[in-house]
Structure formats: structure tokens, C-alpha cells
Write a protein that binds this ligand. Sequence first.
Ligand code: SAH
Length: 214
Amino acid sequence: MNPALRIRLLMELRRCGVSDTRVLAAIETVPRDLFVAEPFSDQAWDNAALPIGCGQTISQPLVVGLMTQALEITSRCKVLEVGTGSGYQTAVLCHLCRRVYTLERHRPLLAEAEARLRGLRLTNVVAMHGDGAKGWAAQAPFDRILLTASAAELPQGLLDQLAVGGVLVAPVDLPSGGQQVVRVRRSEAGFATEPLFPVRFVPLVSGLPPADAP
Ligand code: SAH
């Protein structure tokens, strides 16, 4: 992969507000070209979302950068990701925290993502097929939760799985039709939500695709 394309992307992310050097280093390290299908590999280092099959997309690098930065991850964190997709965001998280738990409702995407993560020898990740709107109760609580699919409301089941002192970052649908990323902090006093920036994500769909149902 042409290193100039990588540097161009990193500079664009910095210009657009990604300033956390750990996040920038993780994005620089993860070979995005391995997470996109062959016809798109020449666009892998563009700041663009790309199709990954099953009607889903790999997120735009800027959105990955800004959302990961908003999570304020430390190396001790146990992180839940909802919407594995290509596994790209998962790989970025793996470089920043202790352990990642990731859920995907499309089996074929999950299988491909797992193969990529194994190929990169990222061993601090567990991936599971399931409805991420329900979270991963057996592994809760999580220090950080990241949703990469958008819903009108944050599922209460997920909020319940956030540790006290934890942070959740997710896109939510706005009544006006757009979406925005919000950050939710949980303290002893309850949940505090702040809006961060506008985005466009695929929807968070409850339940499993018919072909994937158990
Ligand atoms: N983070 C991914 C982005 C994938 S797009 C990447 O970097 O490639 C969002 C993903 O969320 C899609 O793969 C979609 O299938 C998945 N998704 C949507 N609703 C879901 C749900 N309820 N449970 C689990 N995964 C879900």
C-alpha cells in the first residue's frame, strides 16, 4: 500500500479534528485495504465509507477517528462494540484497549471480520453473532460501549451494561431525519448525554436476518 495515501488520510483526519495521537497511531497501523472488498482496494485509504456486502458499509475513517476519540479509551478498558461489519473499527479498538467484545447480526460479515482480525494476530477480541441491541449480558459491565449503527433511541439493555464511570458513544436518529453522534456518561447519579456531531450510519436493526436466525 502506497504510504503517501496513508499520510494523506492521517493529515485529513488531523485537519478535521482527530487530535488524539493514540487514535491516529491506531488508524495508521490498521491496514484498511484488508477490510474492503477487492474492487474498492484502491479507495481503501480515501476518507470514505465503502460497501462491504449484506447492504452494509465500512465506516468513513474520519467517523471512526472522531467516535473512537470521543470514547476516551484507556489501555485498561473492556469495550463492547455493536456492529462488527468489516471488523475495521474493531481492529482500531484492539490497539487501544484491553479487550474488545463485538457483536454482528450478519453471519457472513462476522465470519469475514473474524478471519481478518485473526490474520492481523489481534488476539484481544471476541466476536459473536447476535442482536447487539441486547448487548452481551454475560460479559457486562463494559467500561466503554460503541455503536456503529443508528437507532431512534439507545436500547436500555445496552445502557444497563455500561459500567458506572463508563462512556457510550453512538449515532442516534433525529426527529428531523438526520443522525447525530451522542456521548453518554454514566455516573452514580445516572446518565448524562451530550450531542457531538452529525453523521450518517446504517440502521441498528433489532433481531437477526431470517437466514441467520438460530
Ligand atoms: N464498524 C463497522 C461498521 C459496520 S456498519 C466497520 O468498521 O466496518 C454497521 C454494522 O452494524 C452492520 O454490519 C450491521 O449489520 C450491524 N448491525 C446493525 N444492527 C445490528 C444489531 N442489532 N446487532 C448487531 N449488529 C448490527
